[in-house]
Design a protein around this ligand. Structure first.
Ligand code: MSP
Length: 505
C-alpha cells in the first residue's frame, strides 16, 4: 500500500499564517498515520509563485519578482520543521521541472483537442485568481465583489480555453461511482450540484501580464495560474515520466484543501487530468476556516494569527492538539486563547499528563523503576485491555475516514477509563497489603499508557517520543500492526518529568 498526500501550494504574496499551518499539519498527521500503518508514504507541499497576485505583491514592494518569490517561498519552507512536519518534497512552481511538466500537460491537452483559442470577456478577481460569472457576484457601493468578498475587475483579452463543458457528464459519472472521493459529504453534494448546474469552458491563459509559465508556441500568452498550480501534484511525481516508479507508486493521491479552493480541485483538476488521459485524484478533503476570537481573520482587521507566536506561547504539540481536537476536521473553527488553554489543561495536562506522571513516579519510588508482566491478568485488567482494543478499532475507523477529532476523542475517553481504574485499584494502598497485585496494576496502566501514546504519535509526535522514552521505548520498536499484542516482559521507567505543563491563564 502507498499513500500520497498534498497540501495546496501556498501563494507567496504574503507570509504564512495559521490557515497555512493548519493544512500542513493536517497532512502531516495523515502522513504519519499511514506510515504508522506500515505504508510507503509521500508528503508534498510547496509554493504557488506565478500569477497576477504574486506579481502585484512584488511590485508593491519594489522588488524583482524572482527575488521576491525566492525570499517569500523560503518562509513557507522554514515553517515546516517548526510545525513538527516531515515532508518528502517541497515544490516551487518557478522550478524548471515544474515548467517542463506543465508545458507537457498543456501540449497533451492540445494534442487531445481540448484547447482552443478565443476571447475572454468577463469578471476576474486577482485576490482569488478566479473568473466569475456576474450572477455569482454581489453589488456593493464600489462595484461588484466575489463570494469571497474579493474585488473583481472586468477583463477582455484573447485567451486559450479548455473544453471544460465537454467533461460535465464524465465528471458526474466519475463522482457517482466514487461517492467518497470528496469529503465531507456536504462538500461532495456541493460539487455535484455545481457540476449539474452546467460547466462552461474555462479560460486558461492570460495576455495582460508576463509572470507565468509560457504557453508553448505562443509567446503572447502565459498560462492561467490555476492550471500551472494544480499541475504541481504530478510534477513532483516526475510527470510526464509516468512509467517511473514514483508516479506509478503514488498516483492518484489525496489532496487536503480549504473549502475555498474545492472547486479548482474537484472540478477543474479532475477534468484536466481526464482530458490528458490521467486518473483523477483518489480523494479531496475540504477543511473549514479558522476565525480569531469570533472574527474573520483578515489583514485589514489586523487579527492574522502567526503560527510562530502560538507555538512559542503554548507549545508545538499543544497547538497541533488543539487545532485537531477542538474542531471536527471539515468544520469551521474559532481560535481563542481561553479555548486552547482549557483544552490543553483538561486533556493533555490533567487526563494524560497526570496519569503518566503519577504512574511513572510511583513505579520509580515503589517498584524499583520497573514492572514485570503478570503471569495472568485478572478480569478487571482484561476488561480494561479489551476496552483499549475497542478504542483502537474506533480510532482506526475514524482516522481512516479523516475524522481526527473523533479519533482523539476515542483515545481520551479511554484514558479517562484508565484514570478511573487507577483510582479504583488504588496501588498506593496495595503497597503494604498486596505488593504482587500492586505490580500487576502498575503494569496494566503502564502498558496502556504506551499503547495509547502510539495512537497519539501522528498528532503530537515530539511529546509522544518523550513519553515513550520515559518508558524506555523508542518509536521504532512499536507500530500499529504490533500494537494490539504488544505486551513486553518488563517495562522500565527512566526519570519521569512533566511533559504537558498546565497553561496558566
Ligand atoms: N495557491 C492556492 C492553492 C493552489 S493549490 C494547487 C491558494 N493558496 S493560499 O495560500 O491562498 O491558501 C492556501 C490554503 O490556506 C487554502 O487551503 C486555504 O483554505 C487555507 N486558508 C487560508 N486561510 C485560512 C483560514 N483562516 N483557516 C483555515 N485555512 C485557511 O489558495
Amino acid at each position: 500500500m502507498s499513500f500520497f498526500v498534498t497540501t495546496p501550494i501556498y501563494y507567496v504574496n504574503d507570509v504564512p499564517h495559521i490557515g497555512h499551518a493548519y493544512t500542513t499539519i493536517a497532512c502531516d498527521i495523515f502522513n504519519r498515520f499511514h506510515k504508522l500503518k506500515g505504508e510507503e508514504t509521500f508528503f508534498l507541499t510547496g509554493t504557488d509563485e506565478h500569477g497576477q497576485k504574486v506579481e502585484k505583491a512584488s511590485l508593491a514592494k519594489n522588488k524583482d519578482t524572482q527575488k521576491f518569490v525566492d525570499e517569500m517561498s523560503q518562509n513557507f519552507r522554514d515553517l515546516i520543521p517548526f510545525l513538527g512536519c516531515e515532508i518528502d518534497d517541497f515544490i516551487r512552481t518557478t522550478e524548471d521541472r515544474h515548467k517542463n511538466a506543465t508545458q507537457f500537460l498543456w501540449n497533451k491537452l492540445k494534442e487531445n483537442n481540448q484547447i482552443y483559442l478565443s476571447n475572454y470577456e468577463g469578471w476576474y478577481s486577482i485576490r482569488d485568481e478566479a473568473f466569475y460569472l456576474e450572477s455569482e457576484l454581489t453589488k456593493k457601493e464600489n462595484g461588484f465583489v466575489a463570494p469571497s468578498g474579493a474585488p473583481v475587475e472586468w477583463v477582455k483579452e484573447e485567451s486559450y480555453f479548455f473544453k471544460l463543458s465537454a467533461w460535465q457528464n464524465k465528471l458526474l459519472e466519475f463522482y457517482e461511482q466514487n461517492k467518497n472521493s470528496i469529503l465531507p459529504k456536504s462538500r461532495y453534494n456541493e460539487v455535484l450540484s455545481f457540476i449539474k448546474g452546467g460547466l462552461k469552458d474555462l479560460s486558461i491563459s492570460r495576455t495582460t501580464f508576463k509572470w507565468g509559465i509560457k504557453v508553448p508556441e505562443d509567446d503572447n500568452h502565459v498560462m492561467y495560474v490555476w492550471i500551472d498550480a494544480l499541475c504541481n501534484y504530478i510534477t513532483a511525481l516526475s510527470y510526464p515520466n509516468i512509467d517511473n516508479s514514483s508516479f506509478k507508486k503514488f498516483w492518484p493521491g489525496v489532496h487536503i484543501v480549504g473549502k475555498d479552493i474545492l472547486r479548482f480541485h474537484a472540478v477543474y483538476w479532475p477534468a484536466f487530468l481526464l482530458a490528458a488521459d490521467i486518473e483523477p485524484p483518489k480523494k479531496i478533503f475540504a477543511h473549514g476556516w479558522w476565525t480569531n476570537e469570533g472574527q474573520k481573520i483578515s489583514k485589514s482587521i489586523g487579527n492574522v494569527i502567526d503560527p510562530y507566536e502560538i507555538v512559542n506561547q503554548y507549545g508545538l504539540d499543544q497547538m497541533r492538539f488543539f487545532l485537531f481536537r477542538e474542531v471536527p476536521f471539515g468544520n469551521d473553527g474559532d481560535f481563542s486563547k481561553d479555548a486552547i488553554a482549557q483544552r490543553v489543561n483538561a486533556d493533555l495536562s490533567n487526563n494524560f499528563g497526570n496519569l503518566i506522571q503519577r504512574i511513572s513516579s510511583f513505579i520509580v519510588k515503589n517498584s524499583d523503576s520497573k514492572v514485570n508482566k503478570p503471569a495472568e491478568f485478572i478480569d478487571d485488567d482484561k476488561n480494561l485491555l479489551n476496552q483499549y482494543d475497542e478504542a483502537l478499532n474506533n480510532y482506526l475507523t475514524n482516522m481512516n475516514s479523516y475524522s481526527i477529532d473523533k479519533a482523539l476523542k476515542n483515545i481520551f475517553e479511554f484514558l479517562s477509563l484508565v484514570n478511573t481504574f487507577v483510582d479504583n485499584q488504588a496501588p498506593w494502598s496495595l503497597k503494604k497489603t498486596d505488593p504482587v497485585r500492586m505490580e500487576e496494576v502498575l503494569y496494566v496502566v503502564a502498558i496502556l499508557i504506551i499503547k495509547s501514546s502510539i495512537l497519539l504519535l501522528p498528532i503530537i509526535p515530539s511529546s509522544i517520543k518523550k513519553v515513550l522514552s520515559i518508558f524506555s521505548l523508542s518509536v521504532e520498536e512499536i507500530n500499529l500492526s504490533k500494537i494490539q499484542n504488544f505486551l513486553p516482559e518488563i517495562i522500565s521507567i527512566k526519570k519521569p518529568y512533566p511533559i504537558f505543563p498546565r497553561i496558566e491563564k
